[in-house]
Design a protein around this ligand. Structure first.
Ligand code: DOR
Length: 352
């Protein structure tokens, strides 16, 4: 709903959920959990820790560590399991019975941070996918090919064509979320696919094309996997997010790395968007002239796809200029958020 205030515009929206988030572990949680909880009622927490969150028991204890930090905050972590070639089929029943696991995450081996133990051969996970289809467990996919002969900018398309299309064909009732899509090809694949298929879209892939990373000097804080792509890809993502197709919903994919680990000869992939995530999405929806659709994208479609109730509390986004800090503290180290030092036009506040 859009309401007009005397001096400024404001939007009231159902408290959103983040359907793709990296919280990490230990002391770092004191940074990441409050940043996420400021706007999001729930978040789907990625399992790419060292060691990976590969069993229900590990997910349960990770969830408890998150909840200790979230004490007093209005925030519920929704857990995921890390899929590997060693995942026993029996783990899927355990995950479902626990009521804590919302999705199983497929990382192609070596594709990104914490993906070393991921999947090499797609056929090897077929028995687990069979069990997931039976139990109604969602498959969350990092859809990029890790093959060295595939160009870094073509990895998403290659994986969709060579791997994901086969899984879609072979498991017609398995619900699949293609995470952080970055290309027009992925938008098309999801849009024209069955209703069992959906996708999350990040604020950074909506706001930037690859020129932000490579168009001038090399800018490490725009480096993530999948890489930012061409302008036509960005436009296709914006059309999908701001359109009416309910298969596309919010997943920030906020992924913190210490400043020194990003600004390095071998820099880590990941953009930290959590401190201003909703405000960054608001820029995109406002530019598209459909700010009134932000609530559907951020607060309704994801919950509906996951079969969870929509949140009952509300947020307000006010047109109010504020400056994002240039750096943040993360367990005693510097962390540079995306849009560091920039002045943003919207500010989100909880509504009580
Ligand atoms: O850029 C990325 N960062 N891509 C991923 O898939 C993982 C993430 C992280 O965990 O840092």
């Amino acid at each position: 709903m859009v309401i007009c205030l005397a001096m400024s515009d404001a939007i009231r929206l159902i408290r959103p959920d983040d359907w793709h988030l990296h919280l990490r572990d230990g002391e770092v949680l004191w940074r990441t959990v409050p940043d996420a909880a400021r706007c999001f009622a729930r978040a789907l927490v990625m399992p790419n820790l060292e060691p990976p969150v590969a069993t229900t028991a590990l997910a349960r204890s990770y969830r408890e560590r998150i909840l200790e930090v979230a004490h007093g905050l209005d925030f519920e972590p929704l857990m995921t399991l890390y899929l590997s070639e060693q995942t026993p089929v029996s783990e899927i029943a355990l995950a479902c019975e626990s009521g804590l696991i919302q999705a199983v995450k497929w990382y192609p081996a070596g594709i990104t941070t914490g993906a070393a133990a991921g999947v090499r051969r797609t056929e090897s996970i077929y028995p687990v996918l069979e069990a997931m289809q039976e139990e109604g467990m969602i498959l969350s996919v990092h859809a990029e090919s890790p093959l060295p002969e595939v160009d870094a900018f073509d990895r998403e398309q290659h994986f969709i064509e060579q791997e994901l299309s086969c899984v879609l064909r072979d498991f017609p009732s398995l619900r699949i979320v293609v995470e952080h899509i970055s290309t027009a090809c992925a938008v098309d694949f999801v849009r024209t696919g069955p209703p069992t298929l959906a996708a999350t879209i990040t604020a950074h892939h909506l706001l930037h094309n690859r020129n932000a990373l490579l168009g001038g000097d090399l800018r490490a804080h725009y480096f993530c996997r999948p890489l930012l792509k061409r302008e036509e890809d960005r436009c296709a993502l914006v059309a999908a997010a701001t359109g009416t197709d309910r298969k596309f919903f919010l997943g920030t994919y906020s992924a913190p790395h210490r400043r020194g680990d990003k600004e390095s000869a071998c820099g880590c992939a990941g953009c930290y968007t959590a401190p201003a995530a909703l405000e960054l999405y608001a820029i995109v929806f406002e530019q598209a002239g459909v700010l009134d659709r932000l609530e559907d994208f951020a607060s309704r479609r994801g919950a509906d796809f996951y079969g969870l109730p929509q949140n009952t509390k509300y947020m307000e986004l006010r047109r109010q200029r504020w400056q994002l800090p240039a750096t943040l503290d993360m367990a005693g180290e510097e962390l540079v958020p995306l849009a560091a030092g920039e002045v943003l036009a919207w500010r989100a506040e909880p509504l009580v």
